[in-house]
Design a protein around this ligand. Structure first.
Ligand code: MLT
Length: 329
């Protein structure tokens, strides 16, 4: 029901032209389709920017990678040739390694902890994102744990063996699956559905809401809650573009970004519950956590020190881990 209402609103707002005297156009790219919480967050940002800038900034949304892959668009943000993007952290890490602290496997145990940690991390993270990739995070979205969808049941580490699982092209995901005993296939997001359909891969990992919005139930039968990582992703603006705005517009856009992300987190939580029920209705089997989840966690957590050099160095990793750990209390 929530989804139906939101989808109708989204469609009308995406089509809307926000006519009026606009001083700036801000193109916002993302990789999901229009029923995904990423898009709902983008639409909320569009509305809030319009409101807080009195229509001086027009946000145009480009869903489904229409402007390029998530990593390509992040590169364009550095140049300022595209203004804004919401993307999965894993697809930003190749350009901005420090964002990898958001992806340490099994770092978060609850959604609340993740929100507190992300809100504490955003300022120190921005001090690193700007020099690393020429981008600034206005907020950090979270869409729930990435769950494993497969074409056969996976209830233990043993039953994962031999499966061809796609991961996003970043070292943390690749090494984690290697520690679980398989060789994952790094692949761009746009290629995942056809690869599942053609049997090139047996599975992938993304949140429940993505399994619905990307129709994975048509090509996958089972879901395991591996809890290793949340889908986190920044709402980014090009630093070059941001610095070209007058101060009042900067403040309005920053406020709109923070609030849009808060909205996106809340909607994601609600849609995740709806998605689970719908996936069962559509014939998928939800297994919950693996029976031997502690083995998965142990193998992945042992990798943390190995990641430090790739996520901005030991000093930054230690600072970030302290923030993440204190958010659990
Ligand atoms: C990925 O797996 O590449 C991302 O999670 C896709 C997305 O941005 O939703």
């Amino acid at each position: 029901m929530l989804k139906a209402t939101l989808t109708a609103t989204v469609l009308s707002l995406t089509m809307a032209s926000f006519a009026g005297a606009q001083d700036y156009t801000l193109r916002l790219s993302h990789g999901d389709n229009e029923s995904n919480p990423t898009h709902l967050t983008a639409v909320k940002f569009q509305e809030l920017v319009d409101e807080y800038t009195d229509g001086r900034v027009a946000v145009q949304i480009f869903p489904s990678n229409a402007l390029g892959t998530e990593t390509e668009v992040a590169q364009a943000l550095r140049m300022g040739s595209i203004e804004a993007e919401i993307l999965y952290t894993g697809n930003l890490v190749p350009l901005a390694p420090s964002a990898g602290v958001l992806m340490l496997p099994y770092a978060y145990t609850t959604t609340e902890q993740a929100h507190t940690a992300m809100d504490e991390l955003i300022d120190p993270l921005n001090e690193r994102l700007v020099p690393e990739a020429g981008v600034r995070a206005l907020g950090l979205l979270e869409k729930g744990f990435r769950v494993l969808t497969t074409n056969q049941p996976v209830e233990t580490l043993d039953s994962l063996q031999g499966l061809k699982i796609r991961v996003s092209p970043n070292d943390i995901a690749i090494k984690t699956f290697q520690a679980w005993g398989i060789e994952p296939l790094p692949m761009d997001w746009a290629e995942v559905f056809p690869a599942l359909q053609q049997g090139v891969i047996d599975g992938q990992e993304n949140p429940y809401t993505t399994a619905i919005s990307s129709r994975f139930y048509e090509v996958q039968s089972d879901i395991t809650e591996i809890h290793y990582m949340m889908w986190t992703g920044p709402l980014l603006i090009s630093e070059r573009v941001f610095q070209s705005y007058p101060e009042d517009i900067q403040e309005a856009v920053a406020r709109a970004g923070r609030e849009a992300v808060e909205y996106g987190r809340q909607v994601s939580g609600e849609l995740t519950e709806e998605a689970k029920a719908e996936l069962v209705e559509r014939g998928m089997t939800l297994h919950g956590a693996p029976q031997d989840e502690e083995k998965w966690a142990e193998a992945a957590e042992a990798l943390w020190p190995e990641f430090y050099s790739q996520i901005g160095g030991e000093e930054w990793a230690t600072q970030a881990i302290k923030i993440i750990n204190s958010s659990a209390q």
